[in-house]
Design a protein around this ligand. Structure first.
Ligand code: SF4
Length: 436
């Protein structure tokens, strides 16, 4: 086990334009951290009491990743878990979902049955039109990022990225809405997540359902209840997948088992996955399938809870999961495994990107440093190119998503590792390391 030292958000540095000096002379990095110290949480999180499809999938893929992401890091920020890394695809998905939610809520509130109804134009006008809705959603997505210290460097780029995609998202949202029918529902409005009373005829957006008996919960994008039918609609921005089918089946079961919102145990009649290029109707689970599904959920919950109760939870290095892991700089098992050698080839830039642990040996130039590679190509030398002023000779660093360039003609030449906007640098500060 490594012994880690140093505060996670404290780095002794002479100059930092965005930090503030503490009384002890230690620079506190409060925003735009160029370098953070990689440090495990002091306490591992408890296993989730109420399981969700997302949580169980994440735990099964790698219990350590779930635990690192959900632990407390009070020295780093006041938010929940480890500050998430900015991911443009996720921001785009959040913007699309928010826009759908905003418009559907307004349709429900005003009793407008669909975008094809005569009243839809005035509803959209009252919201300022699609572009205005999307603009507002971008502001909301970006304002969430503003409290995330890991996102500070990306605020401007993220805003520009999302605004440039308004026309595309607008088309997606219009396509999804054009196939969503709310007719025949009585008016019902409001954020339904907190609803704990029996639900009556109406349409509910972002509805949390909970099957307490088996310890599972989920959030339905849309539940439409009428005397004749009960539909669950889930909006999806990615390509159709079996995971989506499984998820909506689970939602259907959780709705049936929700004793507070659905005490009569009414089943859904239709399950719809709404994509921007069409809808997929998923068969409602039969009674036998419901029984088997319930059993599966009970077992998977128990397995997931047991695996995150271990101290530390097991790490499962895997090229696919580690590549997108937001906390891999905190995971020694990843850095000690062969998986760290996995590189990603960017077709557009014709470059390989990957992770590397290095020790800074000397200054090479005004914005470059000579370094010794520690992992995964131990013993090789590199030139680290960065505009950061915060490196020092002797620093041991974990570099994430650097552009890796090796002179194929002359393998004796040092690697060139260029740290760009999406790269991250974490200082490894250890007294001892059993993995070296
Ligand atoms: S780096 Fe890989 S093994 Fe480590 S926590 Fe992340 S997913 Fe798990």
């Amino acid at each position: 086990m490594n012994s880690w030292c140093g505060g996670i958000c404290r780095v002794r540095r002479a100059a930092c334009s965005t930090g503030s000096d503490a009384a002890d002379g230690v620079k506190k990095i409060v925003a735009h951290p160029e370098i953070w110290t990689a440090e495990r949480p002091s306490r591992w999180p408890e296993a989730p009491r109420n399981m969700s499809v997302t949580a169980v999938s994440e735990i099964e893929a790698c219990p350590r990743r779930w635990a690192l992401r959900h632990a407390d890091y009070p020295k780093l920020w006041g938010g929940y878990g480890y500050p998430p890394r900015v991911h443009m695809g996720a921001l785009l998905g959040a913007m699309t979902h928010l826009a759908l939610e905003t418009i559907i809520r307004e349709f429900i509130r005003t009793g407008c049955p669909s975008v094809k109804d005569a009243t839809a134009v005035s509803v959209m006008r009252s919201l300022g039109g699609y572009t205005q809705v999307l603009d507002n959603c971008i502001d909301r997505v970006i304002s969430r990022l503003q409290v995330n210290p890991r996102a500070q460097r990306h605020l401007e780029f993220s805003t520009r990225f999302l605004r440039a995609r308004i026309p595309r998202v607008r088309t997606q949202v219009q396509a999804m809405l054009s196939r969503t029918r709310l007719e025949g529902r009585s008016r019902r409005h409001g954020r339904s997540s907190g609803f704990t009373t029996p639900l009556v005829t109406g349409t509910y957006a972002e509805l949390e359902v909970s099957a307490k008996r088996i310890g599972w919960k989920g959030k339905l994008d849309l539940l439409a209840i009428s005397p004749e039918a009960c539909e669950i609609i889930d909006f999806k921005t990615g390509a159709p997948s079996d995971v989506h089918r499984f998820q909506i089946e689970v939602y259907s079961l959780l709705w049936t088992l929700d004793e507070e919102r659905n005490p009569q145990g009414r089943s859904a009649d239709r399950l719809i996955l709404a994509y921007d290029n069409g809808q997929v109707e998923v068969s409602v689970p039969s009674p036998d399938r419901c029984k088997a599904l319930e059993q599966e959920l009970v077992e998977r919950r128990a397995g997931a809870r047991a695996s995150v109760a271990q101290r530390p939870p097991e790490a499962k290095p895997d090229p696919v999961h580690c590549r997108s892991c937001q906390v891999r700089h905190l995971c020694d098992e990843y850095w000690a495994s062969e998986v760290v050698r996995t590189k990603r080839y960017d077709e557009t830039r014709k470059m390989h990107f990957g992770d590397c642990e290095v020790t800074i040996a000397a200054r090479h130039g005004p914005s470059s440093w000579d370094a010794r590679i520690e992992r995964p190509w131990r013993g090789l030398h590199a030139v680290v190119r960065t505009t950061s002023e915060e490196l020092e000779v002797g620093d041991r660093l974990r570099l994430l998503d650097g552009a890796l360039l090796l002179d194929e003609e002359d393998p004796g030449q040092p690697w060139v590792i260029t740290l760009g906007m999406m790269s991250e640098v974490f200082k490894v500060s250890r007294r001892t390391s059993s993995n070296d």
